[in-house]
Design a protein around this ligand. Sequence first.
Ligand SMILES: *[C@@H]1O[C@H](CO)[C@@H](O)[C@H](O)[C@H]1NC(C)=O
Ligand SMILES: *[C@@H]1O[C@H](CO)[C@@H](O)[C@H](O)[C@H]1NC(C)=O
Ligand SMILES: *[C@@H]1O[C@H](CO)[C@@H](O)[C@H](O)[C@H]1NC(C)=O
Length: 810
Amino acid sequence: MEDKRFSAAALTLGFCLFVVAARSAFGDVSYSFPEEMKRGSVIGNVAKDLGLDVNRLSARKARIDTEGNRKRYCDINVNTGELTVAERIDREALCGKKTVCVLKQELVLENPLESHRININIQDVNDNTPAFKKDVIKFEINEIAIKGTRFLLEEAHDADIGTNAVQSYSIDQNEHFTLAVSSKAGGRIYCELVLDKELDREQQQELTLTLTAVDGGTPPRSGTVVIHVTVLDANDNAPVFSQSVYKVSLPENSPLNTVVLTVSATDADEGVNGEVLFEFSHVSESDSSTFSLNPNSGQIGLTGPLDYEEESTYELQIQATDGLGLVSFATVIIEILDINDNAPVIVIKTLHSPVPENAAPGTEVGIINVQDRDSENNQKVHCSIQQSVPFKLVPSIKNYYSLVTTGELDRELVSDYNITITASDEGSPPLSSSKTLHLSVADVNDNPPVFEEQSYSAHVKENNKAGSSVCRVAARDPDWRQNGTVVYFLSPSDVSGAPVSSFVSINGDTGVLHAVRSFDYEQLKSFKVLVLARDNGSPPLSSNVSVSVWISDENDNSPQILYPSPEGHSFMTEMVPKAAQSGSLVSKVIAVDADSGQNAWLSYHMVKATEPGLFTIGEHSGEIRMQRDISESDHMKQNLVLSVRDNGQPSLSVTCTVYLLISDNLAELPELKDMSYEESSSKLTFYLIIALVSVSTFFLTFIIIVLAVRFCHRRKSRLLFDGAVAIPSAYLPPNYAEVEGAGTLRSSYNYDAYLTTGSRTSDFNFITSYSDRTLPADLTLKKTHASVEDLEGFDGAGNDSQVWPLGFFS
Ligand SMILES: *[C@@H]1O[C@H](CO)[C@@H](O)[C@H](O)[C@H]1NC(C)=O
Ligand SMILES: *[C@@H]1O[C@H](CO)[C@@H](O)[C@H](O)[C@H]1NC(C)=O
Ligand SMILES: *[C@@H]1O[C@H](CO)[C@@H](O)[C@H](O)[C@H]1NC(C)=O
């Protein structure tokens, strides 16, 4: 108020000078006077201005009237005639926004009654401050509002008029808005807020400006209002990944549902504008089946098996989308770490099977390749053979190995190999695998047939059937098939001048020797055959074995009586001196048997005698001796029927008759006529004489021959073969006489009373002891041992002999 008063006083001074006493044409007066002047302030001297007499004013009851009920603002000083302010004059109250505000008062005088109009032109004083309706103007502006957007601002109100009204507006300095002020028709000034720079909610969510309105008064007055701008969000921000490239490594054996990685993206926007969803973009189907992406959390999980060997790196494009579709991208690189999950694989590239058994050590029989799908150390593979086989692996180029032999192969020992190759890698833990390959060894004909025995000997009974089997030889050949198939042959040779094939044949397949003919022990006692065994290989291999065939004796010859001549042809009569005493030798039966051994062991028996008990015969010697002295009563002629039996099974026997004449004189011979049991013809005596002479002659001849033969034999053993008459005396036993060309005996054959082989040694011994017992003491016995093993020459048999002194028979 003091302000007002002060200004009012100043105005009063100013206006006094400028008050225009604008007298109206008649009786009216006008004044210009500022509002809000102090009560009592002088507006003008009405009396003077109206030409009224001041002194009369009071008399004339000068006063100010208002028209109607209007308020009386002025008073007149009747003493001075001055018009003063009686009431506060507020132009704004009186006239509002009217530019011309005239306060009409009336001066009334009486005596005479006069009325004068007083017009007081109230002049505005800047007494009002611009004011806004509200304290705060609120705006909500979307951040997408473009530059230049205008926002109309509320006007400030100033009751003053003219220049005292609001003349300008201003706002704080700020980076986003400017103020555009313009005047409307009617002179009102209004302003707009102009967006000068786009808003960014994310930077500044709200801003506060002060708008100032200034009027044109002196001094000016101003009013302010706060403009509060709230920036509304617009989806103007794409999501932003925390990294543009995510890198992660993952072992290939990671289990399903492993969390690989979580991507994150932020969106500066609010609400749905800031809600981020993740998804794969441009991901192959296989990749998207291997990995899952949680759209909300951005968590990448493992949903499929990983295999480093198939794919070692995955590159996934991930897209983040906010609520209104703004997207951004990030790359996820997943490196798969190798795990030793692949065992080495062994591949047999080449295998030379079968391998010939004569392959030299170091021969390559196969090529092996090992592979491991892993990488680095997990891929390094070692290959080996654990068994003890004659093979080894030799590393070749890269992952190749040669399988070579390390030693000799022998199909006959090991015909096939199962070679197990083990490969292990260097991973930790290492993996290994193995493979067994089957290698067989091919045969080479490297084994000759081998006979089961060093030599064979076979025993065959004589008189065998032709075709009967003699023995069987067998040879083994371990080679394969035809290389081991054995065929038997006889090696061509001669047996006593005839080809061996005329004696035996062999079955080439079975090795069974067959007799081709019936053997006769008396002709051939043994022979040797060489059998060849040959395999069918090419070239064939062969070996041989000797087979000794021994022919054994059968009792197929009956004893032959050499002396006396066989019954019916004998006319020989032995003379027995009458003085012959008991025990004296009378005669001797000589018999032979072509067989040998037991079969040739002869025994002599008395079958019938004229005078039983007079004569006895040595069972083994065949010697007829006196059993007792001859008595006078004994008949002169004595006949003895004797039998000679061999020891074979069954035994064979022959009988003969010995005629004895007990007489001291040959002159008694004619009596012999009566001797014949058979009452033979008168010629008997004659024949007997002839026989006696013949026998004597024969003995003589025989001795000569024996001597000759022995002599010749010493010189040339073959003589025994060649000689037409070859009965060596040296061979005869003591109780045998030898007769040239007798009976069935072949001249070229020599008897052997004693078997020459060792197998018959027992027989031999028996006879020896027997001989020792029965032989007279003056007899000398000489044995000559021949080589029994010598089977090559049959003449050798003749050497095995006992030589008896010729004197024995005399
Ligand atoms: C090799 O293996 C085969 C089949 O598994 C078997 O029949 C044969 O007897 C084996 N050979 C050797 C020498 O082990
Ligand atoms: C027999 O051996 C020969 C080499 O000596 C060989 O070539 C052949 O294959 C063998 N035969 C069989 C059936 O193994
Ligand atoms: C029999 O074998 C021996 C040695 O094994 C040999 O020296 C000989 O020549 C062979 N004989 C024949 C007839 O093959």
